[in-house]
Design a protein around this ligand. Structure first.
Ligand SMILES: Cc1cc2nc3c(=O)[nH]c(=O)nc-3n(C[C@H](O)[C@H](O)[C@H](O)COP(=O)(O)OP(=O)(O)OC[C@H]3O[C@@H](n4cnc5c(N)ncnc54)[C@H](O)[C@@H]3O)c2cc1C
Length: 420
């Protein structure tokens, strides 16, 4: 009782924990409809993650016109989003941002970016809208706990104060890139309120390999290559596009995309391999012929390393020389047909054993979160706690890169902020 007297208890219609993409969208929507809204944000600044999204350009949604195809990007859990997307679709999102001063452009892969000003423009527009509708923004205000009684939030507790509201929205993000403020606090709050958190994994994250030779090509960015995914000796998936070698494994768009499935594939001690095909448009036979032609062209003048240089990017040379049994200084005229065939095999199948993912520190998003079974998809309202709502990455939803993850935040934030 004594402790309570020290607190100033402020009361709002809606109190939002977390001032990221989802929290800001919820705040704008709630405040525009006349509610008295506050955001409690633990950082001094809002939207740190928005600012680094899309390498500072903020790929804020995707122009995929087919709603079913869009939703399919989120896998099984995607169907939870039908209702939210019916209230704020990706197309509506572009309209929403235009209304608050952010024009957009469409780029490769239907990715939508602000036409100018990058991520800062998106963040500034949201903050401006909050200010216009008198949202109380409480910076450097980490929420420590929720006070829950009879399946109802009584108030949120910060270091020095308590705040109460008719409605609380948890929009604290996931666990990925914790330096932006998303340290997973919201999962604890959700648990305090009686919610289940599904298993959490880093997603859209570089992948680790058992092989240490990957570091020989570290930093090498490859375009137009294919990765075949091999599980216990059987091909189960493939991706075509861009990848990169790192010191500990592989990264880049197609690897990040595959990373979301890696925990499932590795479950039960299975053997998971990525097979890199550097020449996916050439059959083994055509590639062999091409290598032979190259050898003929430089007959007498070249050694094996020179041949390799003509076949792969320079940053890949050391790795190919390491993996091939042919001595690097062997004159090309002495390379046998069998060796040429083995080289073609290697260029079309560089095998890597995958043994895990990088940590949450390097993950673009978190896979897993507050169980969707416990949330009403039409309102984002908890089915367990009377006055509690959720929005954004804290939910058990994640998508591939291309603007799909921020779209979760915009749509669920919009719905959570709406009157219901
Ligand atoms: C490097 C990078 C690039 C990305 N690029 C893209 C992209 O181009 N397109 C795309 O669609 N997605 C992208 N994403 C993913 C996307 O940015 C996130 O999914 C999205 O920003 C999550 O928003 P959120 O509001 O749910 O959570 P967050 O942005 O994590 O916001 C949560 C907020 O809550 C605050 N908070 C946490 N705990 C507390 C507490 N106890 N009290 C008070 N406040 C608290 C945090 O400080 C933070 O400000 C990228 C992510 C990363 C890391």
């Amino acid at each position: 009782m004594e402790r309570e007297n020290l607190y100033k208890m402020e009361k709002f219609d809606t109190l939002i924990i977390g001032g990221g993409a989802a929290g800001l969208m919820a705040a704008v929507k709630a405040a525009e409809s006349g509610q008295n809204v506050a955001i409690a944000e633990k950082n001094h600044s809002l939207g740190e993650k928005i600012l680094i999204s899309g390498k500072g350009r903020c790929n804020f949604t995707n122009a995929e016109p087919d709603l079913n195809a869009f939703i399919a990007k989120y896998g099984e859990n995607g169907k939870f989003l039908y209702s939210a997307f019916s209230k704020l679709s990706p197309h509506d999102t572009v309209g929403f941002f235009r209304r608050i001063g952010v024009e957009s452009v469409e780029e490769r892969g239907k990715r939508i970016f602000p036409a100018s000003g990058g991520a800062q423009k998106v963040l500034d527009a949201l903050i401006m809208q909050c200010k216009k509708f008198n949202v109380k923004i409480m910076r450097s205000t980490p929420v420590k706990a929720l006070k829950v009684k009879n399946s109802k939030i009584q108030c949120v507790i910060t270091e020095s104060d308590e705040y109460s509201a008719d409605k609380y929205i948890i929009a604290t993000g996931g666990k990925s890139y914790p330096k932006t403020g998303s340290t997973g606090d919201g999962y604890l709050f959700a648990q305090q309120a009686g919610h289940t958190i599904t298993k959490l994994f880093p997603a859209l994250v570089p992948v680790r390999t058992k092989e240490t030779w990957v570091k020989l090509a570290s930093g090498c960015n490859l375009r137009n290559i294919r990765i075949n995914v091999i599980l216990d000796g059987k091909k189960i998936d493939e991706r075509f596009g861009e990848m990169e070698f790192t010191n500990f494994g592989v990264s880049g768009p197609i690897v990040m995309d595959l990373s979301s499935h890696v925990p499932d594939w590795l479950e039960g001690d299975k053997e998971l391999q990525f097979s890199l095909d550097l020449k996916p448009t050439l059959s083994h036979e055509i590639l062999t012929e091409r290598i032979k032609r190259d050898i003929q062209k430089f007959w007498d003048k070249r050694r094996f390393f020179g041949l390799v240089r003509s076949l792969v990017p320079s940053q890949m040379m050391n790795l190919i020389l390491e993996l091939s049994d042919i001595p690097e200084d062997k004159p090309v005229e002495y390379i046998s047909d069998e060796e040429i065939s083995e080289l073609a095999d290697l260029l079309k199948d560089i095998r890597m054993n995958i043994n895990g993912l990088w940590s949450f520190n390097n993950a673009v998003v978190t896979r897993g979160g507050v169980s969707l079974k416990e949330i009403d998809p039409a309102t984002m309202k908890s089915k367990i706690c009377d006055n509690l709502y959720f929005a954004g990455e804290i939910l058990d939803l994640n998508g591939p890169s291309g603007g799909f993850n921020l779209q979760i935040c915009w749509s669920t934030g919009y719905v959570a902020g709406s009157r219901s």
